[in-house]
Design a protein around this ligand. Structure first.
Ligand code: GLV
Length: 307
């Protein structure tokens, strides 16, 4: 039995070691060093060349190394009918919520301004502004956890999702019909949606104009959700007051990109939540076992929905 792992963002050595701790005899090929294409039954992937997976005729499962699967759906030449699974992991959820809490507090407590004051040895206390209304787009595993944790910190939180959700303490909006009502009351917009053809460029000029004046944007989902030129325009005309971005259309963000030097944009290099091999490897191994045994897979993605 052989597993194929296609490296990209993730260092393959960590994954190979973590998998070998579970089964020292497991045969793992690290792409592109694949000895026998016919022996590959399970591929665990991040970014990979389109069409690559068609070369493995006995593939039984495609497993994303992250929570997102857009990199797999972007491959228009992937083997039809091979099930796709993704990572649902408590550490991934925890880390994302921690990042979001940091980004929200950094904004609401004006911590960047204190940093600038400190650089000039200035003691400049500021009155606390009234707490913003937080709006989370996407109430899956990640969005729901962030919503509950922000609510527990005393924020008023609402969420918007494709299908109706019921989360105690959170005002839940759903579907196209309720999108305006959700945006109209939001001061801090957090994007945690899956990237699909419906959600691509959902963070655009029109969306920004429906938020409360001077709203703040946090994008921790995918760069493809954001129309970058619309963000720059919304910051210039003060529709938005700032943005914290962890994901970008092109990663790494090119050094000449205008976001880098923009005073109202905070940038992190796609680190809000990165899959931890020691934690996530159990479900990959379990899915490998299930795929070979023909048993139902964990965290299977709905190919029609795209997430
Ligand atoms: C990271 O971006 C992931 O999809 O897990």
């Amino acid at each position: 039995m052989t597993m194929l792992r296609i490296p990209g963002k993730f260092d393959p050595n960590y994954w190979v070691s973590a998998l070998h701790r579970l089964d020292p005899g497991l045969k793992i090929d690290v792409w592109p060093d694949v000895k026998d294409n016919h022996a590959i039954q399970f591929a665990t992937v991040w970014s990979y060349p389109s069409g690559e997976l068609l070369k493995y005729p006995n593939l039984k499962c495609i497993s994303s190394l992250g929570a997102g699967v857009d990199h797999i759906f972007n491959d228009s030449a992937r083997p039809p009918g091979v099930p796709i699974v993704r990572i649902v992991d408590k550490n991934l959820v925890r880390d994302m919520s921690q990042y979001i809490i940091w980004a929200v507090l950094n904004h609401t407590r004006a911590l960047d301004e204190y940093r600038r004051s400190q650089a000039r040895s200035l003691w400049t206390p500021r009155a606390l502004k009234s707490l913003p209304q937080i709006g989370i787009m996407g109430l899956g595993q990640l969005g729901a956890d962030a919503a509950i944790k922000l609510h527990n910190l005393g924020f008023s939180v609402s969420g918007w999702s494709n299908t109706p959700k019921n989360i105690p303490g959170i005002t839940c909006f759903a579907g196209d019909k309720q999108q305006n009502a959700f945006l109209n009351q939001t001061d801090v917009l957090i994007c945690l949606l899956p990237l699909t053809s419906q959600t691509r460029h959902i963070l655009n000029r029109k969306t920004f104009s429906q938020l409360k004046k001077g709203a703040y944007l946090i994008n921790v989902a995918r760069g493809g959700h954001l129309l970058e030129e619309d963000l720059l325009a919304a910051l210039d005309n003060h529709t938005l007051s700032g943005a914290c971005l962890d994901v970008f259309n092109t990663e790494p963000l090119p050094s000449t990109h205008p976001f880098w030097q923009h005073p109202a944009i905070k940038i992190t290099p796609h680190i809000s939540s990165v899959t931890d091999p020691t934690s996530a490897v159990n479900q990959i191994f379990e899915n490998y076992r299930r795929a070979l045994a023909g048993e139902p897979l964990l965290n299977r993605v709905d190919v029609e929905r795209g997430y």
